[in-house]
Structures are given as C-alpha cells and as structure tokens.
Design a binder for this molecule. Structure first.
Ligand code: ATP
Length: 362
C-alpha cells in the first residue's frame, strides 16, 4: 500500500491540454475517485499513474519515490477496465493466475493466492469456468480478483461498472467497497457517474476540462460545492442569480429575481453589490400550501405547480415562481409525499432554509 502524489501534472495531446497542472494526494488505503464529464482528463490521469503515459510537466510519486522513468510493470499496480479484458481461452483460475505466472510465483503459493483472491470476490465456485460462461458482474469480479492477486500497491479502476445493468451496478458498488475495505489497497477509481462516486468514495476529485475543480469527501462536495460547475455536476440544483444586498456577520442576503434570499454563510470577503449565484438543492425547497402562514419576507415565495412527477418515496415538482414580469422555474423534491399530491396549477408557498443556500461567486 502506498500514497500517490501528483504535483502540477500537465499532459498535452497536440493543442489539447488533457491535464492542466493537476495536483492530487491520495492517502494510503484510500478509495479515491476522479469524477467528471467525458473528455475532462480522468483516464489520462489514471494512465499517468499507471505509467502508460508520461506527463509533459510535473511529477508523480508513490510515497516518496518519484515514478519518472519507472515502467508500468515495475509500479506494482493492478488495473480493472470497463470491458473486463479477460482472456477468453483461459479458465477463471488461469485468468486470475496469469499475473502470478508472469512473476514466476511457485505452484503452491500460486494456488493459495488464486484461491484467496477468488474467495475475496466470492467466486471460488466458478474457478473452472470460462469467461463466456459468466455474467457481466461475475466477469468483473474475476477482473478484480486478477488485479488483486498480485497484491498491488495501487488498484486502478476505469469505469468498471459502466457495462453492467442498473441492478448489478448497485450490487457491485457495495461489493467493490467491501472488497476495498477487506483488502485495504490504495485505489483510484474513474467514473462520470456522480451517484457512483457519492455512494462509494472516501474522497472525490471533480475534474473539468483538464483541471481539478474541487477535492473533498462526498458530503463536502455535495453540501459545500466550491463553484457552480461542482454544484451543477454533483446532483441537481437550482441556481438563482442575484446581487449581494447585505452581509451581516458573514451571512449574506441576496437580491434575486424571486426576491431576497438569505444564506447562513457565504464566501469570505463578499461585498455588497457583488454578483453571485445561490445554489439550492431541490430537496432543500419546502413546498407548503398556498395559504400556509409563514413568517413573511426572506426565503419565502409564492409559486405555481407547473409539473409534478410521483415516484412513490418522493415527488418531484417544477414550480413557477413570480419574478417581476417573468417566471423562474424551481425544482423541488418532496420526501414521503403520501396519498394526496399537488395538482398542476396549484398555488404553493415555497420556503428555503438559509442553512441550505450555498452562495457562489459568479
Ligand atoms: P471519457 O469519460 O470520455 O473516457 P476522460 O475524462 O477519461 O473521458 P481522457 O480520455 O483523459 O478523458 O481525454 C482527455 C482529452 O484528451 C480528450 O479531449 C481526449 O480527446 C484527449 N486525448 C486523450 N488521449 C488522447 C490521445 N492518445 N491522442 C490525442 N488526444 C487524446
């Protein structure tokens, strides 16, 4: 197990800056995610850690050791790909043993280690099968066993669940977390799927156009996004544009198109008149009856239900809030909506808790 350090790593492909001064520290034993839209540089970052690709600028260290000039097979990394990449003509056992054969591990030890890796991924019973006799999820378990059997210092996973159907993907999220905990390896996991990252990661780096926008735990990046890109990429949110009307003890009040919105905190040094965005998650928008009596003023607005979608445990609304001559659409999610929903056209009162308003500089 090692820690991984990327210091100001850049990579160019012709005119494209695939990575732009990326600095990341992954702790020993961490399950670290690189998350971002297609083309943001995630795979390039993983390939640089694996040694398949050299950075144009910057350094990679495993613990204190510089990796410049160290070829992939001397980095002791295990890789798991989206397409499993198993040998079709080899049995499960031989697929898993492959890396140990290359390393000339003695027969007795090899048998023990293959059996142990198959036990960890719960595939002991399938050792004699061939890949085409396994489901996609089972093939991915074998790919994991094959990566783990060499006892890698670093496990690299590139969109490992993308080929699986929705149900299997959920199951494998839990499985990969369990296996990671049991084995205790430093792991870097690439995905563009934000729920995968939120549900599995110890920490996440959110990438955009070759650079890192924010690094934090799932809770940190969801509840305290550093900027509008992160707020919009991780989960859904409503953006209300406005200008700072006042700041009292660090708590800003923002004049938006739908009225005054107060936040319990804001970025340091915010000035009156500064242009900002208020990010409010749909689940932080409380939808009350149109005639509900609430303290008038801040963070309370009137709106009309424009559409609704009942999903059993939750109900999603699009609400049209008055904004002068215009209307601004606000998404809201109600937990446990119960028997009586709201109809399109219903007048409602919307209340937003200041603690759930994230003020971002524009
Ligand atoms: P995806 O989720 O689609 O796999 P990604 O975030 O992993 O995307 P990368 O594959 O790292 O992104 O690519 C980053 C950028 O570098 C893209 O613009 C891509 O087209 C470009 N790129 C990657 N590899 C090469 C290459 N070998 N030659 C030229 N351009 C490349």
């Amino acid at each position: 197990m090692v820690s991984i350090h990327l210091v100001e790593v850049s990579k160019l492909f012709g005119a494209i800056r695939a990575l732009d001064r990326v600095t990341v520290d992954v702790a020993r034993g961490e399950l670290f995610f690189l998350l971002g839209p297609s083309g943001c540089g995630k795979t390039t970052c993983l390939r640089i850690i694996a040694g398949f690709c050299d950075p144009d600028e910057g350094q990679v260290h495993f613990d204190e050791r510089p990796m410049a000039g160290v070829p992939p097979h001397q980095r002791n990394t295990g890789m798991v790909f989206q397409n499993y990449a198993l040998w079709p003509h080899l049995s499960v056992y031989d697929n898993v043993a492959y890396g140990l054969n290359l390393r000339r591990v003695a027969a007795g030890e090899k048998r023990e280690r293959v059996q142990e890796a198959l036990r960890v991924v719960r595939m002991e019973a399938h050792a004699e099968r061939f890949p085409n006799q396994l489901s996609g999820g089972q093939q991915q378990r074998i790919a994991l066993a094959r990566a783990l059997v060499i006892r890698p210092d670093v496990l690299l996973l590139d969109e490992p669940l993308s080929n699986l159907d929705a149900k299997l993907r959920l199951e494998m999220r839990r499985e990969i977390r369990r296996i990671h905990r049991e084995v205790g390896v430093t792991a870097v996991y690439v995905t563009h799927d934000q729920t995968e990252a939120l549900s599995m990661a110890d920490r996440i780096a959110i990438m955009n156009a070759g650079h890192i926008e924010q690094i934090g735990t799932p809770r940190e990046v969801y509840t305290s996004p550093a900027n509008a890109f992160v707020a919009g990429f991780i989960g859904e949110t409503n953006f209300l544009e406005g200008e700072v009307a006042e700041v009292t003890d660090g708590a800003p009040v923002v004049l938006t198109g739908v009225g005054l919105i107060r936040a319990s905190a804001g970025p340091a040094g915010l000035k009156v008149g500064e242009g900002v965005l208020c990010s409010v998650r749909p689940e932080s928008v409380d939808v009350l009856d149109g005639n509900a009596v609430v303290a008038a003023g801040l963070n309370c607005l009137r709106a009309k239900v424009q559409s609704s979608m009942y999903l059993g445990g939750t109900e999603e609304f699009e609400l049209a809030a008055d904004a002068g001559d215009d209307q601004i659409l606000i998404k809201a999610v109600m937990q446990n909506p119960g028997e009586y929903g709201r109809e399109v056209g219903d007048q409602v009162t919307v209340v937003i808790d200041p603690r759930h308003v994230v003020v971002l500089r524009r």
